[in-house]
Design a binder for this molecule. Structure first.
Ligand SMILES: Cc1cc2nc3c(=O)[nH]c(=O)nc-3n(C[C@H](O)[C@H](O)[C@H](O)COP(=O)(O)O)c2cc1C
Length: 322
């Protein structure tokens, strides 16, 4: 079984990848997408989103991090894919699932699922350009409005030479609404021979088992569930329970300290609030704390609130005399 940490723009940055892969259980991470339009991007664009390029394309814990590109132009995607691997990315992933209006309007992301031939042209151009030892993978949804092209799209991507295909088992119109239609992945598997990765709605070890059974796929990708339960990958592998809340608070502190002094410090308050929106699905304590954090704007206020929560959590509980 391979477990991959999903690309999540605005949430899973290098720091989050570092923390989650140290907790363990991941075989691969995919970066937030790099938008490619009509030029070869400078190296700094790649290293800003994927600073792991400067340390051998791996997180501190040694988990490989693959750069993801999003775009519609085969030539420019190929040029930038080559640049990504030259800079140290262990392969390239292509995003054909992004539902964002701005991206779809310029023919990028999920809207390409309406254009099977364009998918083929993109994957083929990138595969032909990137040296054979580097994997070229793709990530799709089941379709844009419906599933009428699911099998055509998957077979086109495989025929173009993709090394692996992740399937987020919902259409663009489904958004992020449950369920994820895992049996669709089993259907795709009957038509392609490249490795498939099942993705969508895995929040607990039991979901992973059901997903694997229904998708006929042993390899999975974890998105929001990985943020809701920071040890989800390990829990799936070993059956360990969810990380205790005080440990999660320590992680939050660690994240805050690094994020606030890093070059993305202006995004800190949004990022931590977004992380909380997932944590509260797993931890009732997070929901309580989030109601305090939600209204705070300044990073220093958020940090102080977290510090206070950690102090309360770790203070020895008073034993009542009998
Ligand atoms: C906030 C957010 C950002 C995302 N960013 C990306 C992205 O940059 N590239 C991508 O391929 N998918 C992106 N996704 C989709 C996820 O990788 C994943 O396919 C989706 O969340 C379903 O998996 P889950 O149910 O385990 O969360 C994003 C999802 C969310 C919620």
């Amino acid at each position: 079984m391979k477990i991959i940490l999903a690309p999540m723009e605005g949430v899973v940055d290098a720091l989050m990848r570092d923390m989650l892969t140290r907790i363990g259980g991941y075989d691969l991470c995919i970066t937030e997408f790099i938008r490619v339009v009509d030029q070869k991007l400078p190296a700094r664009v790649f290293t800003r989103l994927c600073p792991e390029l400067l340390t051998g394309g791996k997180t501190y814990a040694g988990t490989p991090v693959r750069v993801q590109l999003l775009g519609q132009d085969p030539h420019w995607l190929a040029e930038n894919a080559v640049r990504a691997v030259e800079l140290g990315s262990p392969g390239v992933d292509l995003n054909f699932g992004c539902p964002a209006k701005t991206v779809n309007k310029s023919r990028g992301g999920a809207v390409l699922l309406k254009e099977t031939n364009q998918l083929y042209q993109i994957v083929k151009a990138v595969r032909d350009a990137v040296p054979a030892q580097y994997p070229v993978s793709a990530k799709i949804r089941l379709g844009y409005d419906d599933t009428s092209l699911t099998l055509d799209n998957a077979t086109a991507i495989a025929a173009a030479g993709a090394s692996m295909l992740t399937v987020h088992a919902r259409t663009k119109s489904d958004g992020y609404r449950p369920p994820a239609y895992w049996p669709w992945i089993a259907k795709i598997k009957q038509h392609v021979t490249i490795p498939l990765i099942a993705n969508g709605e895995i929040w607990q070890a039991s979901d992973a088992a059901l997903c694997q059974q229904q998708s006929a796929c042993s390899d999975i990708m974890l998105g929001r569930g990985a943020l809701a339960m920071p040890n989800l990958a390990q829990s799936i592998r070993t059956g360990e329970p969810a990380m205790p809340w005080p440990k999660v608070l320590e992680l939050l502190m660690q994240y805050s300290e690094f994020e606030m002094c890093g070059d993305k410090s202006q995004y800190y308050s949004n990022r931590i609030k977004q992380w909380f929106s997932y944590l509260k699905l797993q931890y009732p304590q997070a929901a309580e704390l989030f109601s305090q954090l939600r209204v705070l704007r300044k990073s220093s206020e958020i940090l102080a609130t977290l510090q206070q929560a950690l102090r309360e959590e770790t203070r020895p509980k008073q034993v009542r005399p009998v």
